[in-house]
Design a protein around this ligand. Structure first.
Ligand code: NAD
Length: 283
């Protein structure tokens, strides 16, 4: 039987509807939450993400500001700018768009953003709260993955989870969020792939989360019967956006699966808005 689609778009709409009420309350007190975005250069992927952030912010009543710099900007100038935003009372949330040009140290810049303005939830302080099982402003994509799994109603206790991808912003924090619910969590990465044991781990996963960025890396036939599949990957193949999982075959085996696009992406953006609202409360 074909899997049920986990409709990220609908889940995102619900999250944003709830946020609208909080934003309305702020407005009644003369406050409009403001998310400030910093972009260096003109990366097409990042432009798409910025447009969607702007649209979502405006639809929910958050002010969205974009500061766009030329590629030649120096690390010192970026540091000064971020410090200025940290002090600016009008700015509640800050997001540094990736990718950055090679001469800029993105991680160092991200660390400069005050934790209470860190809308992406990637500062050491916010990551630390994920480790402690108390994410207040957690990393948006990991929080989105968690939300999508929750929407299926599954009881995570003791479940076998396989995560493919161990990045700081997706794989690692997602693993921590699930461990905290007592899921038995395996995290695979390039080392697993090169050793040839990836299919074994995927076959075990009652919940499978894939965040690599390689189209069709995960063969549909590896997916466990009845598994919940969350595909984070975004790949452009012949002009179409696809995930990392062989969708057509996987959907015949899974019980629930996220579409790409329309799965993780919209919920990630909703989490960015949620963090901005939390940031406004904290300030
Ligand atoms: P990353 O490049 O930082 O990490 C990739 C991970 O994949 C690493 O852990 C690496 O070891 C692993 N890997 C690479 N080749 C592998 C192989 N052959 N077998 C097993 N593991 C392998 O990636 P990221 O920033 O976490 O992003 C991953 C994907 O998710 C990308 O496609 C990105 O565009 C997408 N993404 C989507 C959203 C969203 O909101 N939908 C958000 C963030 C990232």
């Amino acid at each position: 039987m074909a899997a049920q689609l986990i409709e990220g778009k609908k889940i995102a709409v619900k999250i944003k509807e709830e946020l609208k009420k909080e934003i309305e309350d702020f407005k009644n007190r003369g406050i409009q939450p403001c998310l400030t975005s910093i972009q260096v250069g003109d990366d097409p992927g990042s432009n798409v993400y910025i447009r969607s952030q702007k649209r979502s912010c405006e639809n929910t009543g958050i002010k969205y500001q974009l500061h766009k710099f030329e590629e030649k900007i120096t690390q010192e100038e970026m540091v000064d700018f971020i410090q200025k935003l940290n002090q600016d009372k009008e700015v509640n949330g800050i997001i540094l768009q990736m990718p950055l040009p090679d001469h800029l140290n993105g991680r160092a810049l991200q660390r400069l953003i005050k934790p209470e303005k860190d809308a992406e939830g990637v500062s050491p302080a916010n990551m630390g709260m994920v480790v402690y099982g108390e994410p207040l402003m957690g990393p948006c994509t990991a929080m989105a993955v968690f939300e999508l799994i929750k929407s299926t109603g599954v009881d995570l206790y003791g479940k076998e989870v396989t995560i493919v991808g161990h990045s700081d912003i997706v794989g690692k924090p997602t693993a921590l969020l699930l461990l905290d619910k007592f899921a038995t969590t395996s995290v695979c990465h390039i080392g697993t792939g090169e050793r040839g044991t990836l299919p074994e781990y995927v076959r075990r996963g009652e919940i499978l989360i894939v965040a690599v960025g390689k189209a069709n890396l995960i063969k549909g036939e590896w997916v466990k019967e009845g598994a919940i599949v969350i595909d984070v990957g975004i790949n452009r193949v012949e002009g179409k956006i696809v995930g990392d999982v062989e969708f057509e075959v996987a959907k015949e085996r899974a019980s629930y699966i996220t579409p790409v696009p329309g799965g993780v992406g919209p919920v990630t953006t909703a989490m960015l808005l949620k963090n901005t609202v939390t940031a406004t409360k904290l300030q």
